[in-house]
Design a protein around this ligand. Structure first.
Ligand code: F6P
Length: 341
């Protein structure tokens, strides 16, 4: 069997672990041939690929990023290619395609699958917001990075008697903010799922200070927004994908808190630091299991499906499920900590 692999969309720790696992299972155990398309669907459409053997994936398990490169999707080009899917298949000369990616990539994978291509998807995102799987790899690493940042920020916050506002990734789902906030002992957590009350946040910080505690940490997801009228804020910007982005919530909240409480506040925007570097052991294992199961699914002819984690098992689920709805933080998870505002 000839298997094509690609990584598309925003990168995430663990992508290389999947690529390595696909090659190990396919080449060593199944006697397959594996090729890697460069720069996501771009490489697929332009016929840019390289053969992947044991040597080309040696040493990449621990490496962040993706050895294949990644690019955002050009939807129109892909749609055109789907209109000529037979020609595309003949040109690619593969028996299975394994695209590894988030919501956008899996939507594209569904398009290709609907057009008749033999696709087995592998979900990834640090945001953990794909509903068809209990977890995505990359999330554990991102939570670890954000947690460590908060641990470090607490000591400097205490020295200077400051409020630290830590902005983490998560445009539409606040999983990173919730779990890093809990693990890092943030005093306030603000999520995209629930407009936060600035008054309540101020009250909590003032109450801490009145107890003799001279610092506070607030963990805010980049997509969090204040309750209407609770803070002076501008309209969000519409990004290239049509999503409203409240760019700079960390900065705006730090300014607001400093102004209201009369204590120095500092914003810390963690940004892409959360996506870089070596994956945690958990993410390496999940990514490796996904790669193994993707190859097995290809051999069974389980196309139009993607790997998913259910409990502790890896199962196959229809690709279309991945993009049906975003997995956001439910109320009962928010209720497990008093720090969510
Ligand atoms: O992978 C998802 C994500 O990490 C979001 O949380 C974030 O808003 C976005 O990617 C930023 O990605 P980029 O800057 O690469 O477009």
């Amino acid at each position: 069997m000839r298997i094509g692999v690609l990584t598309a969309g925003g990168d995430c720790p663990g992508l290389n672990a999947v690529i390595r696992s696909v090659v190990h299972r396919a080449v060593v155990d199944r006697d397959d041939e594996v090729i890697g398309f460069e720069d996501g669907f771009k490489g697929l459409l332009e016929g840019r690929y390289r053969p992947l053997d044991l040597n080309s994936v040696s040493g990449i398990l621990t490496r962040g990023g993706t050895i294949l490169g990644s690019a955002r999707l050009e939807r129109d080009r892909l749609r055109d290619a789907c209109d000529n899917s037979e020609e595309l298949m003949a040109r690619l000369g593969i028996d299975a395609l394994v695209p590894i990616g988030g919501e956008g990539t899996l939507t594209a994978a569904t398009m290709l699958s609907d057009a008749g291509l033999p696709v087995v998807g592998v979900p990834k995102t640090i945001d953990n917001d794909i509903s068809a799987t209990d977890r995505t790899f990359g999330f554990d690493t991102a939570v670890g990075v954000a947690t460590e940042a908060m641990d470090r920020l607490k000591t400097t916050a205490e020295s200077h008697q400051r409020v630290m506002v830590v902005e983490v990734m998560g445009r539409h789902a606040g999983w990173i903010a919730l779990e890093a906030g809990m693990a890092g002992g943030a005093h306030g957590i603000c999520l995209p799922e629930k407009p936060f009350a600035v008054d309540e946040l101020c009250k909590m910080i003032e109450e801490r200070f009145s107890r003799g505690k001279k610092f506070a940490v607030v963990c805010v997801a980049e997509g969090a927004r204040p309750a209407e009228g609770s803070m002076e804020y501008g309209k969000g910007n519409i990004d290239q994908y049509g999503h409203e982005r409240f760019v700079g919530i960390g900065n705006r909240l730090a300014t607001e808190l400093e102004h209201r409480i009369g204590t120095e506040a500092r914003p810390v925007i963690l940004g892409h630091v959360q996506r870089g570097g070596t994956p945690t052991a958990y993410d390496r294992v999940l990514a490796t299991r996904f790669g193994w199961h993707a190859v097995e699914a290809a051999h069974r002819g389980d196309f139009g499906m993607m790997t998913a984690l259910r409990g502790t098992d890896i199962v196959m689920t229809p690709l279309a499920d991945a993009t049906r709805e975003l997995k956001t933080v439910p109320q009962d998870r928010m209720d497990e900590t008093e720090a969510v505002f």
